[in-house]
Design a protein around this ligand. Structure first.
Ligand code: DAH
Length: 347
């Protein structure tokens, strides 16, 4: 090629075809291919530039001008298309990878207190209101504290009621009840009067059944002073039963035996299910046993440091597991320590 007319025609064709192809490009990759095909080393425009050497000296500047215009035009079209495509791609990507902040989040599951802890706290609240302090006493005790000072002499048959975990150390055991705490709080407070509840874990070497575990909580209560009578005991426990099981609850005291109380009683409450009419839970009697109690035995008062001629007191001991089981009608004590969330979540 060596004349401007022919060059202009070729430029017209390349400009038209180039523009159409650029318009149609669907991706930055396609744009790049077009750039190579048009402006690359062997591209159509570059090839035309090579024709310039055939032009006369007079026409060559014009030819150069026209070709430069063509190249500039195509370059800016490619660039515009490239930007358009990559911003469209970014847009698509943002949509595809976008997070919908309006979606509700995953709910965080909050735990809650174990049913026994809840029951313990209810018991604490009731007695605190009545002026009782809460005192912690040791789980590892001596035989002397757990039994002898509570008026169980070494071969006393009442020890049979509480099979004991021994330790390798002679005379050191896991407490079988919270009652040894009575001796401790009496000794700490004597000769001042005392009103305290003593919660904590106890252990018995027994068969595990639906009604008894080898490890369980107890709450002991003790009140010692100069004028304390059984009427006080009855009043305190009536109030406790009403607050724990409802205003209409009545209590009944039944004679019983514990070595550390005289007289000893067991306390029943009107059945929380049938309200006393008789049902499956109370086995038709209308009453449910909830705790053991009595007037502190003179020997025990003396072991606590008080003169039994001058002082008297009452004591009681209850199992929060039994109370929770009655309140929520749980039939098997093993569920309480079984850690099955399906069970625990209900409370
Ligand atoms: N310690 C007794 C037991 O574990 C319960 C008990 C009965 C505690 C009478 C007392 C009480 O304080 O007066 O079986």
């Amino acid at each position: 090629m060596n004349n401007l007319a022919e060059l202009e025609m070729s430029i017209g064709v390349i400009a038209a075809e180039g523009r159409a192809a650029i318009e149609k490009a669907g991706s930055p990759d396609e744009c790049e291919q077009l750039r190579v095909a048009l402006l690359g080393r062997k591209g159509r425009v570059t090839t035309l530039f090579a024709e310039m050497r055939n032009f006369s000296d007079g026409d060559r500047p014009k030819a150069g001008l026209l070709l430069n215009q063509l190249r500039g035009q195509l370059e800016s079209q490619l660039e515009a298309k490239g930007t358009e495509l990559s911003s469209a791609r970014l847009q698509d990507q943002l949509i595809a990878e976008g997070i919908d902040v309006t979606l509700p989040g995953r709910p965080a599951h909050l735990g809650h207190l174990h049913i026994i802890t809840q029951t313990l706290r209810e018991i604490y609240a009731i007695f605190q209101q009545m002026g009782y302090q809460i005192v912690q006493t040791p789980e590892v005790e001596t035989d002397e504290m757990n039994f002898q000072l509570l008026n169980f002499p070494p071969d006393h048959p009442a020890r049979e009621m509480q099979s004991t975990f021994l330790t390798k150390q002679e005379g050191v055991i896991l407490r079988t009840h919270t009652s040894p705490g009575q001796i401790r709080v009496m000794r700490e407070n004597c000769p001042e009067p005392v009103r305290a509840i003593l919660p904590g874990k106890c252990y018995r070497y027994e068969q595990i059944t639906p009604r008894s575990e080898i490890q369980f909580e107890q709450v002991e209560g003790i009140a010692v002073g100069e004028q304390i009578t059984m009427a006080d005991l009855k009043g305190v426990l009536t109030e406790f039963a009403r607050q724990m099981f409802g205003d209409a609850t009545k209590i009944k005291l039944r004679g019983s035996y514990f070595p550390f109380t005289e007289p000893s009683i067991e306390v029943d409450v009107t059945c929380i299910l049938c309200k006393g009419k008789g049902c499956r839970i109370c086995k038709g009697s209308g009453w449910l046993e909830i705790l053991g109690s009595g007037m502190v035995h003179p020997v025990v008062l003396k072991n606590g440091g008080y003169d039994p001629e001058k002082y008297s007191g009452f004591a009681f001991g209850m199992g929060p597991a039994r109370i929770a089981m009655l309140k929520y009608q749980i039939e098997d004590i093993r569920l309480l320590l079984g850690n099955d969330l399906r069970f625990l979540k209900q409370f």
